[in-house]
Design a binder for this molecule. Structure first.
Ligand code: PLP
Length: 400
């Protein structure tokens, strides 16, 4: 079967909730993916940062296969020998007391919302069912009905109401005065992405995170940081909030926590927050299973031992500077941190992503005019040179 045959089957029998580029990937290794005709592509999306460690990393694969041969799922009705080791590793790596594992990113965000509300009622003393969590314009935290209910992107929320807007007041991302105006006695949390990924790699003004932290401290509010996409090296540090030296009360992680082998997510918090949820009050059949834990432990080891976070910072700077040196009026702005880059165009981005694909480079348009570039963190200087030359070449074409 050829590319077009797979696409025809997918279009006929699969839900049309995505609009993928017409590349049918068959296998992948490191920074590269190969389609069903054997054509090689440089992956500059890394599964939305879930494969920061590179595709099919041999060491993570080894941990995966080893665990598959032992036990994959026990459910949390019983304990397993891998999960405690993941808890300990998360603690040692991040300094948070405890970790609560889930599967998808959205589930972890839901977990953080539950944790903050529960803390609000049990500890802060907020009146029953009145808890508010302040969110930001341009946010993306996942696709559950609660989460899309506080998105301002119609593609995310339209047609899925009723919503619960009063429970999630929205402030303008980066605007501290606006944030202050949204605080009430019922505010239990402020939920933000330290850099907005789906929003197009939007970096807030310097000092914003610090100010959010201060507001939280002054008003007895939990600072909740969604690091699902920005974390685990993508932005050039373990967590993007490290850039401002803040310490959120709850940190949400996912994606690269498994290096792309398996959905693993979760929330980090200290005991005085985490322990407000008691046995039986939250959970997931697959969350914290031995396969997930084994994979996550190794995925974190690889990230640290192979110095991928430092690589992200160094290669990211190189990539961004080279992109900034391109002289083309179609480029409005190049922004980014680590290997997480938003190439903002003055024109529609999708046709250029299609052309880049034809040239052997995969990246994703977002919000009409932005090309998001987020390769696996193992990308080399030579590969970046090639990517920049390819982008320069394609941007010289007029694709309307
Ligand atoms: C910041 C952020 N939060 C949450 C999510 C949702 O994660 P998932 O798709 O695994 O549910 C994403 C996914 O892109 C994300 O970027």
């Amino acid at each position: 079967m050829k590319t077009q045959d797979y696409i025809a089957i997918e279009n006929e029998y699969g839900a049309h909730n995505y609009h993928p580029l017409d590349v049918v990937v068959e296998r992948a290794e490191g920074c590269f993916v190969y389609d069903v005709e054997g054509k090689k592509y440089l992956d500059c999306l890394a599964a939305y940062s879930a494969v920061n460690q590179g595709h099919c990393h041999p060491k993570i694969k080894e941990a995966f296969l080893e665990q598959v041969n032992k036990v994959t799922l026990t459910s949390r009705a019983f304990r397993n020998d891998k999960l405690p080791m993941l808890y300990k590793k998360m603690h040692e790596l991040t300094g948070y007391d405890m970790f609560l594992p889930m599967n998808s990113g959205a589930e972890a965000v839901e977990t953080a919302i539950k944790l903050a509300r529960r803390w609000g009622y049990d500890v802060k003393g907020v009146e029953k069912d009145k808890a508010e969590i302040i969110v930001a314009t341009g946010n993306f935290h996942g696709r559950t009905t609660t989460i899309v209910g506080f998105s301002d992107d119609p593609d995310s929320y339209y047609g899925y109401g009723p919503y619960c807007k009063e429970a999630f007041p929205m402030h303008e991302y980066g605007n501290i005065e606006d944030l202050k105006s949204k605080i009430s006695k019922n505010t239990v949390g402020i939920l933000i992405e330290p850099i907005q990924g789906e929003g197009g790699v939007v970096i807030p003004p310097e000092g914003y995170l610090k100010a959010v932290e201060q507001i939280c401290r002054e008003n007895n509010i939990l600072f909740i940081c969604d690091e699902i996409q920005s974390g685990l090296g993508r932005a050039g540090k373990l967590f993007a909030h490290y850039y401002e030296g803040v310490r959120p009360d709850i940190v949400i992680v996912g994606k690269a926590l498994s290096g792309g082998f398996y959905p693993v997510s979760g929330v980090l918090a200290d005991k005085h927050i985490m322990l407000v949820i008691k046995p039986g009050q939250h959970g997931s059949t697959f969350g914290g299973n031995p396969l997930a834990a084994a994979v996550a432990i190794r995925a974190l080891d690889v990230l640290i031992e192979e110095k991928m976070i430092e690589r992200s910072a160094e290669m990211g700077e190189y990539f961004i500077n080279k992109l900034r040196a391109i002289n083309n009026p179609k480029i409005k702005m190049v922004r980014g941190r680590g290997l997480w880059i938003g190439l903002v165009l003055n024109t529609k981005a999708r046709p250029y992503c299609v052309r880049l694909m034809e040239e052997g480079m995969l990246c994703k348009d977002t919000h009409e005019t932005i090309i998001r570039i987020a390769p696996p963190l193992v990308i080399t200087k030579e590969e970046i040179d090639w990517a920049v030359a390819t982008i320069e070449k394609v941007l010289n074409e007029n694709l309307g």
